[in-house]
Design a protein. Structure first.
Lengths: 359, 145, 119
């Protein structure tokens, strides 16, 4: 047995654009323990409720994270709507679902690119990000923004998408799907990708449950959990089956996300086929009073918003439990026993969002 | 462009950004915007870098990291603050764990506006930084003579 | 709006309730906390299938709250967080990061003892 060494992983680490920080306790090349710490991106934005009123806070919520920005805004708005008993128009629910699923595609494409980069597969990284731009173009055309849209508002959405544009989205997605299928073949069949991901960081179904994993991380271990099935927004009217794998290794997590992009494309098509005419926003007046827990499915898994209001325009508390936070215990467990050289890929396959986690 | 023009290498550090600007910085490197055609490469090593690109605001934790990265870079160097958080702290300036913009601790040469900053704006900022870099190089050469 | 189940219990019943939920195959979703007049209110959210339940306790200043990490191992992150951000005295967390999870300069920033800020 070798001597124990502690290696700090981060804050500036090339595998992630974000400052993640872990202390890795090593015995020779093998990780014995990983200790997380939070602070480099911690802003304390939950405490901003004291300075921004509940309408303004929508903008803060969107900036919890720039990748899942839309869904953060949506989750916050849904919480306030639930407290105030606001019924969001049906068309707005469908529009939200379309943007949410587009966000999932953009997030998964971004992740696939980062994975390719971590594997040292530069051209695959470029291809993933090139394709992702097609989705960003849709965002820009429909909302005006590429990353942060500010299109979701309490009571509905700020912009409509006309039928012409909806048709255009369908045709962009058709082309996207074709090119994307090509890329996925590399991710799923390339021998070096397989060698570097299969059997790595295995999380059994039992362990995933015991450690409270969520999202693709849990689904790759065979746990049937997907908040979209609870039917928020327009999901109740769509046909949706959670995508499951059983192996629980890095390859299975990749495969789940790859298939989820196809699923999102399908969901958007369903939405476009079913979207009703009508208003996109109801007027909201007065101040919220009460509390509510909202849960929805982000690209990285289940997120929970807890909002507590006191009848004034300033909220008592907003608390966000992000999917990465829930997946950290499972990550720490799978890191134990792996080789130091595998750590970057392993960390990446939980699709960590540090900005979300540290808030 | 003449051949002796510098190919600037960039060091990107994420202060406490929400990722919005970071993914746009990365988007600059990928095929649609492709800054590599200007010879720009994203490096992880501060000793290799000419331009320090910072997203997000400064807090008690990353203060020393940013300072250290800046000091490790060889002269001449230029700092570009990307996005409103890097400029002033932006929407988070009132948070308890946010000190403010990057210029609180190191000199900033170019401020790129936006929340999130658009790739076009980031490239514009880098091009501006390039001119400054050239200026500084000339000045340094003159001083040597 | 759908009503949500919130069960207010006393802190010393917490472990017994948590154990019951664990045996019924409930998953711990999150532990949230907020400031209330007489202390800090902690809500433990659990989920099983379509059932979403919350246990709520109030930690008064000086109270010792026992960790549920012996029942739900992954509660340690939430408990460390609440301990560091709100200053609730949670005992027996495994592993206890001893105020080292958050590397921030402010101590217990969420503990509201700094006067009126409700504008």
């Amino acid at each position: 047995m070798g001597k124990e060494t502690v290696i700090p992983f981060g804050p500036q680490h090339p595998v992630l654009p974000e400052p993640i920080h872990l202390d890795l306790v090593l015995e020779d090349e093998t990780v014995v323990e990983a200790i997380p710490s939070i602070g480099y991106i911690h802003r304390g934005l939950e405490k901003l409720v004291e300075k921004k009123d509940y309408q303004q806070y929508t903008y803060v919520a969107e900036r919890i994270c720039g990748i899942c920005s839309f869904m953060h805004g949506m989750g916050y708005c849904m919480s306030i709507e639930s407290i105030m008993g606001v019924q969001v128009p049906e068309r707005a629910e469908f529009l939200r679902t379309i943007w949410a699923e587009l966000s999932r595609i953009h997030s998964h494409m971004l992740w696939l690119g980062l994975l390719a980069d971590a594997l040292g597969f530069e051209s695959l990284f470029m291809h993933s990000w090139r394709l992702r731009e097609q989705i960003l173009d849709i965002f820009e055309e429909t909302t005006g923004g590429r990353v942060i849209f500010s299109v979701c508002d309490i009571g509905g959405v700020r912009r409509d998408i006309d039928s012409e544009t909806l048709k255009k989205i369908t045709s962009i997605l058709d082309g996207f799907e074709k090119e994307y299928s090509e890329i996925t073949k590399v991710f799923l069949n390339d021998s070096s990708v397989i060698l570097r991901t299969q059997g790595l960081g295995v999380l059994s179904k039992q362990a995933a449950f015991e450690l409270g994993a969520v999202g693709p991380m849990a689904r790759a271990s065979g746990i049937d959990i997907d908040m979209r099935k609870s039917g928020y927004a327009a999901y109740g009217k769509l046909k949706i089956e959670p995508i499951l794998e059983t192996a629980g290794d890095c390859y299975a997590r990749t495969s789940v996300r790859i298939r989820e992009v196809f699923q999102s494309i399908d969901l958007i098509r369903q939405c476009i086929a079913m979207i009703p005419e009508g208003e996109i926003k109801v007027k909201v007046s007065g101040n919220p009073n009460g509390e509510y827990f909202t849960r929805l499915e982000q690209p990285r898994g289940e997120v929970l918003y807890y909002v507590k209001a006191n009848g004034t325009k300033f909220l008592d508390r907003v608390r966000v439990r992000t999917p990465t936070f829930a997946n950290i215990p499972a990550l720490l467990e799978t890191l134990k026993g792996c080789q130091l050289a595998d750590v970057p890929v392993l960390i990446l396959t939980i699709d960590p969002c540090i900005s979300c986690t540290e808030r | 462009m003449n051949f002796s023009k510098k190919s600037p290498w960039i060091l990107h550090y994420d202060g406490s950004s929400c990722n919005g600007c970071d993914i746009e910085v990365l988007a600059c490197l990928t095929p649609l915007y492709d800054v590599e055609r200007f010879g720009v490469i994203n490096t992880g090593n501060p000793k290799h870098a000419d331009i320090l690109l910072i997203t997000g605001s400064i807090n008690e934790q990353n203060k020393s990291v940013v300072k250290q990265l800046y000091e490790q870079m060889a002269d001449p160097k230029v700092v570009v603050a990307v996005g409103i958080c890097a400029a002033t702290g932006g929407i988070f300036s009132e948070c308890y764990n946010v000190l403010g913009g990057v210029d609180r601790i190191i000199p900033v040469d170019v401020y790129v506006p936006g929340c999130a900053a658009r790739p076009e704006a980031i490239i514009d900022g880098v091009v501006k930084a390039l001119d400054m870099l050239e200026e500084r190089q000339k000045y340094a050469r003159k001083k040597d003579k | 709006m759908a009503q949500q189940t919130i069960n207010t219990i006393s802190p010393n019943e917490l472990l017994a309730y948590a154990l019951r939920l664990k045996n019924a195959n409930y998953r711990l979703v999150a532990i949230s906390s907020s400031n209330v007049e007489n202390g800090i209110e902690m809500s433990y959210s659990f989920d099983s299938g379509n059932d979403f339940v919350n246990l709520r306790i109030i930690a008064r200043p000086g109270d010792e709250i026992e960790s549920i990490s012996s029942i739900y191992s992954y509660s340690f992150l939430y408990e460390n967080e609440i301990k560091e951000l709100f200053g609730v005295n949670i005992t027996g967390i495994s592993p206890d990061y001893k105020d080292k999870l958050y590397r921030i300069s402010v101590k217990t920033p969420f503990n509201a003892k700094e006067g009126d800020n409700n504008g």
